[in-house]
Write a protein that binds this ligand. Structure first.
Ligand code: SAH
Length: 220
């Protein structure tokens, strides 16, 4: 599929970056990544014209591409550095994955819907990004590549998944929205020892829920 990034798209992206700045995003490296990644490539065809609105949109399988502000907050909190190993749970459209890659991180990302996994894989590959993508259950993490410097969960979880905490380096941190279905608290979990952690809260958000097990209903 041909994907075109026009001056008009670039202009709308600059406005989106201004919006993110006005909402409190300060990290210039994060803002630069938002300026560089064409969000309209990650949208379902019916919603492409809304790609630069600061809103979440459907991407199929009852899931959403997160609101840019939410992606920006999570990215600022995870603060990706070049060559860091970051595990993302919830690839979805692959937009957050692209932002992390754009900032130079080595990204491992898991998605429980095969269809979304395949779509993100083909798009990111076309865009010449090189993430390690997996179709599986993010509750289990990806032990074969552990430990990770950082872990980013992009779905709402009721608690910190044990396997994810285990796969995090001591000294590393996890960004995870914690709470019930109606809303979650953005939480940074710092792993201070093998069995020790500190938690910091960064405001309320609403994510689609993190669901146990990979989806096996759609085997295309
Ligand atoms: N970062 C994505 C967010 C998509 S929404 C984007 O902006 O496009 C969250 C994603 O998490 C959904 O695609 C959902 O299917 C996925 N998800 C939920 N529970 C999961 C689990 N246990 N393992 C892997 N992915 C999961």
């Amino acid at each position: 599929m041909e994907r075109i990034d026009t001056y008009k798209h670039k202009g709308m992206r600059k406005k989106l970056v201004d919006t993110l700045r006005s909402k409190g995003i300060k990290n210039e490296r994060v803002l630069e990544a938002f300026d560089n990644v064409p969000r309209h490539f990650f949208m379902e065809s019916g919603f492409v014209q809304f790609a630069y609105k600061d809103q979440a949109f459907p991407i199929g399988n009852d899931q959403t591409i997160s609101q840019p502000y939410t992606v920006a907050v999570q990215t600022e909190l995870i603060d990706p550095q070049k060559h860091e190993k970051i595990l993302e749970v919830g690839t979805g459209s692959g937009y957050q994955t692209a932002i992390l890659l754009e900032m130079g991180a080595k990204v491992y990302s898991i998605e429980r819907y095969r269809e979304l996994y395949l779509k993100a894989k083909s798009l990111l590959n076309d865009m010449k990004y090189h993430p390690y993508l997996f179709y599986g259950d993010g509750y289990k993490g990806q032990p074969a590549y552990a430990p990770y410097d950082k872990i980013l969960v992009t779905a709402g979880a009721s608690e910190i998944p044990k396997a994810l905490f285990e796969q995090l380096k001591v000294g590393g941190s996890m960004v995870i929205p914690l709470g019930g279905r109606s809303g979650q608290e953005m939480t940074v979990v710092k792993k201070t020892g093998e069995d020790e952690k500190e938690e910091f809260h960064h405001g309320s958000f609403i994510f689609v829920p993190m669901v146990k097990g990979k989806d096996t209903n759609n085997n295309h």
